[in-house]
Design a protein around this ligand. Structure first.
Ligand code: FES
Length: 192
């Protein structure tokens, strides 16, 4: 495993860097950097953007999680990545999205644990609005077209986005942008 990002916090307007391995950035910066990651992948790398992308992305072993031909618009598929207890969804939304793959740039994958207090978002995808939520605990809803940004509710951090890659008909997960709830770093163990 190549650990490039330890922790990413999206705040409303303030950013602070240099707290050990902790990296804090504004929501605007997070979206920008997330976009940079996509740009780097699609453009083959640009000076400066590569470093920006690496600052928010943790790479893990490539894992096949689905296929283009099996996906149906608006019907999520669940999978675990990068560890068995980290639950995610893969979904073709029918509209272009940040970090989206496929011909329509509309296939994305996100972790299913709320970034506020870890509430389960399983089964809450709303195809008509391309959102995950509301969280059953405090009602946060996440916009999957915008890198999992908070659309409403208590959470302040975007939902971790699974980085995807297409090879032929196969869809692979290759990394995670952001921090899954319960992990102080994306190591193999949750916090005690
Ligand atoms: S745990 Fe999801 S909004 Fe609080």
């Amino acid at each position: 495993m190549t650990q490039k990002t330890i922790q990413v916090h999206a705040t409303h307007e303030h950013s602070h860097e240099g707290e050990g391995e902790r990296l804090c950035m504004s929501r605007r910066q997070f979206l920008l950097f997330g976009g940079a990651s996509v740009a780097m992948i699609s453009l083959g790398g640009l000076p400066g953007l590569a470093e920006a992308a690496q600052a928010v992305k943790a790479d893990y072993p490539r894992q096949k999680i689905g296929s283009l031909s099996a996906l149906k618009n608006g019907v999520p598929i669940e999978f675990s990545y990068p560890y068995p207890d980290v639950r995610n969804i893969l979904v073709k939304m029918g509209v272009p999205a940040g970090g989206g793959i496929g011909a329509g740039k509309d296939i994305v994958a996100f972790n299913q644990q709320c970034t506020h207090m870890g509430g389960p978002l399983d089964g809450t995808y709303k195809a008509e609005h391309q959102v995950l939520g509301p969280c059953p605990l405090h009602l946060t809803t996440f916009d999957l077209t915008r890198h999992g940004m908070v659309a409403s509710g208590h959470a302040t951090e975007s939902l971790p986005q699974i980085v995807l890659e297409v090879r032929g008909d196969d869809i692979y997960a290759t990394g995670v942008m952001g921090l899954v709830y319960g992990y102080s770093a994306m190591t193999t163990k949750r916090n005690a």
